[in-house]
Each structure stands twice: as structure tokens, then as C-alpha cells.
Design a protein around this ligand. Structure first.
Ligand SMILES: Nc1ncnc2c1ncn2[C@@H]1O[C@H](COP(=O)(O)OP(=O)(O)OP(=O)(O)O)[C@@H](O)[C@H]1O
Length: 234
């Protein structure tokens, strides 16, 4: 691939202190994710997928190794700079959407823009455009409880993309959805990655979805092993 990677991880290790001593879950992970690319991260429960996402998303510092976002090494940044980078350049999608129940769909998506300093009218306008692209143009003023699970997860994707991030990190984004809904939420995510050029790293237990990503890596004994993405059209 000719373009520079958006996420570049080198020699990443992560050891947790536990009552039984140090538990090393990542033992030297190298990974590049490129613009517009969807990379699947698979592995059994406890293999370290979330640990890798948290380090890549600057939520936690690795024990050793480096993380670069858009070529910028983040290891030496102070907490304030990391927070700014996270807000502006990284979007997160979780298994459970964590939407604010008292906010409607549009305001949930507008919120990260408001935090980044965008005026309310403008933030709402942009949120409406994003939600319309996600097929929710008719649901802008619905609160999360008035939306289906798949719709809620689409709002969560819209919120993750609100500030035009370069990197999207998703932890089981379709984990609590039925297969058909899960497929259509994944397709929305894939379309957005392709149109916006965001680089996406997606942890999943769903092998069917993993097969539709551009590349797939399995975490095994603390290391990444590339797997063949058996891509076939839906
Ligand atoms: N803060 C922590 N302190 C101690 N151990 C931890 C901590 N966080 C995670 N672990 C352990 O590290 C291992 C990897 O956890 P992680 O959440 O990264 O796995 P995962 O692959 O995302 O699992 P799952 O698919 O179940 O979400 C697990 O054995 C977990 O118990």
C-alpha cells in the first residue's frame, strides 16, 4: 500500500499487575492500518483485543513499544495533548452504544462537536448529514429508547465519526445485534470508511464479519498473526 499508515504500532507490550504477579497479554505487537482500510482483530476472549484497542486509542499507556497516529508518536505527549488527539482524530464504537438517553439521535452525534468547540446550529446540521448518510434521516429527533438496537448502534457510529477522526476503533460493534442487523450496521461502517478514508480497527468474535474486512489479524499468545480475509460479497 502506497499511502502512509494512519495507525502505526511497533513492539507494543502490555503487562497487567495482578495478585498472581505480572500478566503479559501483548508481547510485541506490530500493526499498520491505512486510510480507508478495515482491519479485523480476532482472538478468543481474554487474548488482548481490547488491550490493543485501548493502547491504540490512547486510553491506556502500553508497558513498552510505540503508537503513532498520522505519523505523530504519541508516547511522549502529556495527558492534555493525548485527550486533544483522542477527541479530534480518534473515534470509538463499543459493543453497547453508551448513548445519552435524554439526548435525541442528532444531539448525541452533535455532542463531541460541541465539546470540540463547534457552535450548536452547525453541530446539529453536521450531525443530521452524518445520520442521514447512516440511513437515519427520519430518526434525528428520536431518543435512544425510541430506536432499535441497530439504529442505536448507527447513532453510536455517527457519534464516533462526529469530529472527522482519522482512526476508528471498534470493540465488538455488532456484538449485541442479530445477524441481519449486524450485517447492515457493518455495511454502514464499511461504506463510511471507504467514503471518509478513516482507518478502522475492529475487534470482533464474528468470523462472518471478519471475512468481509480488508485484512484480518488474530491475537495469539500476545502476538498478531495475519489471517486470510475470505472476502465475498453479501
Ligand atoms: N486492568 C486489568 N488488570 C488486570 N488484568 C487485566 C486488566 N485488563 C485486562 N486484563 C486481563 O488481560 C487479558 C486480556 O484482556 P482483554 O480485555 O484485552 O481481552 P479481549 O481479547 O478483549 O477479551 P474479550 O473478547 O473477552 O473482550 C484478560 O485475561 C484480562 O483478564
Amino acid at each position: 500500500m502506497s499511502k502512509a499508515p494512519i495507525l502505526s504500532v511497533r513492539g507494543l507490550t502490555r503487562t497487567y499487575d495482578t495478585a498472581q504477579g505480572g500478566l503479559t497479554v501483548l508481547k510485541g505487537v506490530d500493526l499498520d492500518v491505512y486510510p480507508g482500510e478495515l482491519v479485523g482483530l480476532i482472538g478468543p476472549s481474554g487474548s488482548g483485543k481490547s488491550s490493543l484497542l485501548h493502547a491504540a486509542g490512547l486510553l491506556e499507556k502500553p508497558t513498552s513499544g510505540t503508537v503513532a497516529i498520522d505519523g505523530e508518536q504519541v508516547g511522549d505527549l502529556d495527558e492534555r495533548a493525548r485527550t486533544r488527539l483522542r477527541l479530534g482524530r480518534i473515534g470509538f464504537v463499543y459493543q453497547f452504544h453508551h448513548l445519552l438517553p435524554e439526548f435525541d439521535a442528532r444531539d448525541n452525534v452533535a455532542l463531541p462537536m460541541r465539546i470540540a468547540g463547534v457552535a450548536q446550529d452547525e453541530a446539529r446540521k453536521r450531525a443530521a448529514v452524518t445520520l442521514t448518510a447512516l440511513g437515519l434521516g427520519e430518526r434525528l429527533t428520536h431518543q435512544p429508547a425510541q430506536l432499535s438496537g441497530g439504529e442505536q448502534q448507527r447513532v453510536a457510529i455517527g457519534r464516533a465519526l462526529a469530529n472527522g477522526p482519522r482512526l476508528l476503533l471498534a470493540d465488538e460493534p455488532t456484538g449485541n445485534l442479530d445477524p441481519t442487523t449486524s450485517q447492515s450496521v457493518f455495511e454502514s461502517l464499511r461504506d463510511l470508511a471507504k467514503t471518509t478514508g478513516v482507518a478502522a480497527l475492529i475487534a470482533t468474535h464474528n468470523m462472518e464479519l471478519a471475512g468481509h474486512m480488508d485484512r484480518v489479524f488474530a491475537l495469539k499468545d500476545g502476538h498478531l498473526e495475519q489471517r486470510e480475509a475470505q472476502s465475498h460479497a453479501y
